[in-house]
Ligand binder design. Structure first.
Ligand SMILES: C[C@@](CO)(OP(=O)(O)O)[C@H](O)COP(=O)(O)OP(=O)(O)OC[C@H]1O[C@@H](n2ccc(N)nc2=O)[C@H](O)[C@@H]1O
Ligand SMILES: Nc1ncnc2c1ncn2[C@@H]1O[C@H](COP(=O)(O)OP(=O)(O)O)[C@@H](O)[C@H]1O
Length: 307
C-alpha cells in the first residue's frame, strides 16, 4: 500500500550585500572579539538562488551547490556551509527535523566581501519559513540569523539598512526616508559594476590587518586600507574606476571585490574597459542597487511513499 506525501519545493532568490559606509570601532570581549560597527548596508542584484525541497521523514538533509566560481566552497565541508547551518539553526528553533534537500545556485563571488554565505543562509531561512508553514515575522527570523553571522540579519530584508552592534542590530531604511533620499542624491543607487576576483580574502584576516594599520584617511569603508594591503589589485581598480568617471568606487566590506556606481551607460563602459584592459579585475558583473530577496516559486506536487 502507498501513501501520497506532499512534495513541496520553495525557491528563494537573494541579493548580495555591500556596505556604503563601514565605520569600525574597537573589538569587544562580550562579542568574542568582534568589532563594534556602524554601517549602511545596501543589497545589490548579484543573486544566489536557494531551493528547499521536503524529503522523506528521517532521511536527513542534502546539499547540492552549482556555480562557475565556487572558490573554496568546492572543497569545503558541506555541514559547515552557511545554508546548512541556517537549516539546522531554524530546525532547532522551530523544533522541526532537517529532512530537507537544499540546492544552492551561486553567482555571488565567494569570499568577496559580498556576504554570499550570509545571503544563502538568509535565503534558506526564508524558504523554510514557507516550506514548514511557520510564517514567522522577519524579526523572529533575524533573531535566528544573528546567531549565525553579523550580516545575516540584513540579508533577510535587503534594500538599505543601518547596522550597529557587531553588525547584527538592523534598522531597516524605508525607500522614502530621509537617509535613503540623501543616499540617492549622493549617487548611491542605480547601476553598479562589481569588480570580482578569483582570489578570496578571509574576513578575520582583514579585521586583524585593520587592527594593525587602521582606516585609510577619508575612507568611508574603514576596512578598505586593510583589504588593499592584502589585495593591492583592489586599490588599482578603485583608482581606475574613479578616473573613468565612476561616482563612487570602494572595496565591498572586507573585500576583495570592488563596487563602482556608474550613473550613465558611457561611464559603465569606460569603467569596464579600464578594468579589463589593464586586467585590474578577473570578472566584471553588472548589477543595480538596491535589491531585495524574493520567493520565486512554490511548487506542490506529491509522491507516493510505499508503506
Ligand atoms: C566585514 C563584513 C561587513 O558587513 O562583511 P563581509 O565584507 O565580510 O561580507 C562583516 O562585518 C563580516 O561579518 P561576519 O559575516 O560575521 O564575518 P565572518 O566572515 O563570519 O567572520 C567572522 C570574523 O570576522 C571578524 N569580525 C566580524 C564582524 C565584526 N563586527 N567584527 C569582527 O572582528 C571576527 O574575527 C569574526 O570571528
Ligand atoms: N553558501 C556559502 N556561500 C559562500 N561562502 C560560504 C557559504 N558557506 C560557507 N561559506 C564560506 O564562508 C566564507 C566567506 O564567504 P562569503 O560569505 O562568500 O564571503 P564574505 O564573508 O567575504 O562576504 C568562505 O570561506 C566560504 O567558504
Amino acid at each position: 500500500m502507498s501513501e501520497d506525501v506532499p512534495h513541496t519545493t520553495i525557491t528563494v532568490s537573494v541579493p548580495a550585500k555591500t556596505n556604503l559606509t563601514l565605520h569600525v570601532g574597537a573589538p569587544r570581549a562580550q562579542w568574542s572579539g568582534r568589532h563594534e560597527l556602524d554601517t549602511i548596508y545596501c543589497a545589490i542584484s548579484v543573486r544566489d538562488t536557494v531551493t528547499a525541497t521536503r524529503k522523506r521523514p528521517g532521511s536527513g538533509f542534502s546539499l547540492a551547490i552549482d556555480g562557475d566560481h565556487l572558490g573554496d566552497l568546492a572543497s569545503s565541508d558541506l555541514r559547515r556551509n552557511h545554508a546548512v547551518l541556517a537549516l539546522f539553526a531554524l530546525a532547532q528553533a522551530a523544533e522541526r527535523e532537517p529532512d530537507v534537500a537544499l540546492h544552492v545556485e551561486k553567482t555571488i563571488p565567494v569570499g568577496a566581501g559580498l556576504a554570499g554565505g550570509s545571503a544563502d543562509a538568509a535565503a534558506t531561512l526564508l524558504a523554510l519559513n514557507t516550506l514548514w508553514d511557520l510564517h514567522w515575522p522577519i524579526a523572529r527570523l533575524q533573531e535566528v540569523a544573528a546567531t549565525l553571522g553579523a550580516d545575516m540579519p540584513f540579508c533577510l530584508t535587503g534594500g538599505f539598512a543601518r547596522g550597529t552592534g557587531f553588525g547584527e542590530r538592523i534598522e531597516h531604511l524605508d525607500e522614502d526616508c530621509e537617509t535613503v533620499r540623501a543616499l540617492r542624491d549622493r549617487g548611491y543607487a542605480g547601476n553598479v559594476l562589481v569588480g570580482a576576483y578569483n582570489a578570496q580574502l578571509s574576513t578575520p584576516d582583514v579585521y586583524r590587518m585593520f587592527d594593525q594599520i587602521g582606516a585609510g584617511a577619508g575612507d568611508d569603508n574603514h576596512l578598505q586600507a586593510a583589504a588593499i594591503r592584502l589585495h593591492p589589485r583592489s586599490g588599482e581598480a578603485i583608482e581606475a574606476a574613479i578616473q573613468a568617471g565612476a561616482r563612487h568606487a570602494f572595496v565591498s566590506g572586507s573585500g576583495p571585490s570592488v563596487i563602482a556606481f556608474t550613473p550613465t551607460a558611457a561611464i559603465a563602459q569606460a569603467v569596464a574597459q579600464a578594468w579589463e584592459r589593464a586586467r585590474l579585475v578577473d570578472r566584471v558583473i553588472a548589477a543595480h542597487a538596491p535589491a531585495y530577496p524574493h520567493i520565486t516559486s512554490a511548487v506542490s506536487t506529491s509522491y507516493s511513499v510505499r508503506q
